[in-house]
Design a protein around this ligand. Structure first.
Ligand code: COA
Ligand code: AMP
Length: 632
């Protein structure tokens, strides 16, 4: 390792307050902070207490005031609707101010929650920034979730207003959002919003209920622009729900001040991007990648951000990423490895790449799931630019391990997201909390305090924050990932230590899916696990044991189980296979041997666990999987 990264990293840990105070100079404050870090209430910590600022002002207004008004802030490219639009910083600021005025007219006050259920369209970004402008707290829900999931989030966040689009467009079909929203509000009747503001898309107009529903355009047209409201640096900017170890999602809270400081720092130092350049995160605004790197970070840094509504393949072909990069002059692309597996599968010789001018394109960043070395090597070969795997999670909000291209590119090791990002003091511990030597796999943890930008707590749930993340190893944040650090300090992230799986880069809980299967009237017990998938990395596979006396057609029951997960959790779960078995393999103490079942499904060699109650059941599982088409 050469010096620059090592020096910056060492300083970030030895003098965190001086380090982040310097980084905070990239942000405009109405009032400076009283302290950089307040860790007087362990295990909680807050960054920049006493400071007052506004995230929307920093993302838009100040750039206009300083001469970026005519520069493109947001490029919307939607092959699924054959639409493109460019919003300059001045235009985006005006649209956001106008819509913030509309929200304010509906009574939205600082601290009120506004839930956003929209696809990747400019109004989703406008809605988020309008909330930030008013000091209201947005909570964006990914469109691929079913009403039940939406209802859970409505119950927890208790939004005053919900912003939604009339429909989303998935390759080849239009998905009406309004009926899903109505069903969710019915389910969460104790937390009904006062209003729903519906953006009518021309592909499918929604029916509005006069008392509650308002038309987005009509509302915005009559509103007066609203100014930015100064908020405390420690006030929440947003809540983003993410899968926990049960069906109940966790409301990850993000603050205003620390979040801006960390994101702005990451743009230059991690991604190596300068203001004025074009940055594209090919994700969805409903995920943390969308929050941080479609919306906030590029705008805070004065970049042009690309909002893409489409898939990497099929909209219309495997060349669309290269078309977008060439057409909009993208310097840096960030996406999930699964997108590249999809492209590679359709265009293995990368013939589409040759048809586009990628001369502006400098770096590809991958995250969201393990970047398999084959995919990384393929991307390097066909693109001829550095391909950087980096590791983080909804909770951190920005990268925890990366090859910091703006500091000093380090040699790439396939299979590793490189090294700890400045601010993150990463360690690997054994079950007893003892630090493991290089090369040994254990729990990946970050020493407290976490750097700015990371979650200060869970929404209305300080206790859950402590029990989920801070209690297991006092003094450390538990990432729930397992892996090791090698002798050069490179991190290797191997698996989760909980029941979370990553399906096409989407984070899902198998425990949540088990709860859904267990709710089927014919199911006595069940197990769901993530099995390897060549495209999506992992997909869920369910096993169910039926109640005694059930004699219905097994195929009918498995079809119902698949439909049940789709209807309750949503299509994003990609739960397509369920399998009925007579018994599940268990330990003598009754724990289901999910890991062994997964090894069988993945065709990996496995040892029969010494604690197994009845080893014969493993043969039955092999047989059932063979019938589903899994190789033996
Ligand atoms: N609204 C409604 N439904 C949605 C949706 C949305 N916003 N997003 C996805 N879905 C549906 C899809 O239509 C699909 O339904 P289906 O089972 O009827 O086909 C299902 O949810 C799964 O979607 P997806 O995971 O996108 O799979 P896919 O098979 O349509 O596409 C890939 C596969 C690899 C092309 C796609 O997953 C992809 O582009 N991944 C990129 C990774 C990414 O963006 N990760 C986010 C974190 S960085
Ligand atoms: P999410 O909160 O949806 O961003 O998912 C976070 C989880 O995705 C992490 O805890 C990891 O399990 C996984 N993940 C994200 N990036 C990587 C990566 N680069 N390598 C391996 N796993 C990753």
């Amino acid at each position: 390792m050469t010096d620059r990264y090592a020096q910056v990293y060492a300083r970030s840990l030895s003098e965190p307050e001086a380090f982040w105070a310097e980084a905070a100079a990239a942000i405009d404050w109405y009032q400076p902070w009283e302290r950089v870090l307040d860790a007087s209430r362990p295990p909680f910590a807050s960054w920049f207490p006493g400071g007052r600022t506004n995230t929307c002002y920093n993302a838009l207004d100040r750039h206009v005031e300083r001469g970026r008004g005519a520069q493109a802030a947001l490029v919307y490219d939607s092959p699924v609707t054959r639409t493109k639009a460019v919003f300059s910083y001045a235009e985006l600021r005006d649209r956001v101010a106008q819509f913030a005025g509309a929200l304010s007219g509906l009574g939205v006050l600082p601290g009120d929650r506004v839930l956003i259920y929209m696809p990747n369209i400019p109004e989703a970004v406008i809605g988020m920034l309008a909330c930030a402008r008013l000091g209201a707290v947005h909570s964006v829900v990914f469109g691929g979730f079913a009403p039940n999931e939406l209802a859970t989030r409505i119950r927890d966040a208790r939004p005053r207003v919900i912003l939604a689009a009339s429909c989303g467009i998935e390759a080849g079909r239009t998905i009406p959002y309004k009926p899903l929203l109505d069903a969710a509000i019915e389910l969460a009747s104790e937390a009904r919003p006062e209003h729903c503001v519906i953006l009518q898309r021309e592909q499918l107009e929604a029916t509005l209920e006069s008392s509650r529903d308002l038309d987005w355009d009509a509302l915005a047209a009559q509103a007066k622009p609203a100014d930015c409201v100064p908020v405390a640096a420690t006030d929440p900017l947003y809540i983003l729900y993410t899968s926990g170890t049960t069906g109940v999602p966790k409301g990850v809270v993000r603050d205003n001040g620390g979040h801006m400081v960390a994101l702005a720092w990451s743009m230059r130092n991690v991604y190596g991007v300068e203001p004025g350049e074009v940055f594209w995160a090919a994700s969805d605004v409903g995920w943390v990648v969308g929050h941080s790197y479609i919306v906030y970070a590029p705008l805070l840094h004065g970049c042009t951000t690309v909002l893409y509504e489409g898939k990497p393949v099929g909209t219309p072909d495997a060349g669309v990423f290269w078309r977008v990069i060439a057409e909009h002059g993208v310097s840096v692309l960030f996406t999930a490895p699964t997108a590249f597996r999809a492209i590679k599968r359709e265009d293995p010789e990368a013939e589409h790449v040759r048809r586009h001018d990628l001369s502006h394109f400098r770096t590809l960043f991958l995250a969201g799931e393990r970047a398999d070395p084959d995919t990384v090597a393929w991307a390097e070969r066909v693109l001829g630019v550095p391909v950087i795997d980096h590791w983080w999670q909804t909770e951190s909000g920005w990268p925890m391990a990366a090859n910091c291209m703006g500091l000093e590119p380090l040699p790439v090791k396939h299979g590793s997201p490189t090294v700890a990002v400045p601010g993150y003091d990463l360690h690997v511990l054994d079950d007893g909390g003892v630090e493991l030597p290089a090369g040994e796999t254990g729990a990946i943890v970050a020493k407290l305090p976490l750097p700015p930008g990371c979650l200060p707590t869970l929404w209305n749930n300080d206790e859950g924050f402590v029990s989920s993340y801070l209690a297991r190893f006092p003094g450390f944040y538990l990432t729930a990932d397992a892996g090791y650090l090698d002798a050069d300090g490179y991190l290797f992230v191997m698996s989760r230590t909980d029941d979370i799986i990553n399906v096409a880069g989407h984070r899902l809980s198998t425990g949540g899916m088990e709860e859904i299967l267990a709710g089927h009237p014919d199911v006595a017990e069940c197990a769901v696990m993530g099995v390897a998938d060549a495209l999506k990395g992992q997909v869920p596979l369910g096993f169910a044991v039926l109640k005694a006396g059930v004699t219905r057609d097994p195929q009918e029951i498995t079809a119902e189980l698949v439909q049940r997960v789709r209807d309750t959790l949503g299509p994003v779960a990609a739960f397509k296979q369920a399998c009925l078995v007579a018994r599940l393999p268990k330990t003598r103490s009754g724990k289901i041997l999910r890991g062994t079942m997964r090894s069988i499904a993945d065709g990996e060699p496995y040892k029969t666990p010494a604690t197994i109650d009845d080893p014969e059941i493993l043969g039955e599982i092999e047989q059932a999987l063979a019938e589903l088409g899994y190789p033996r």
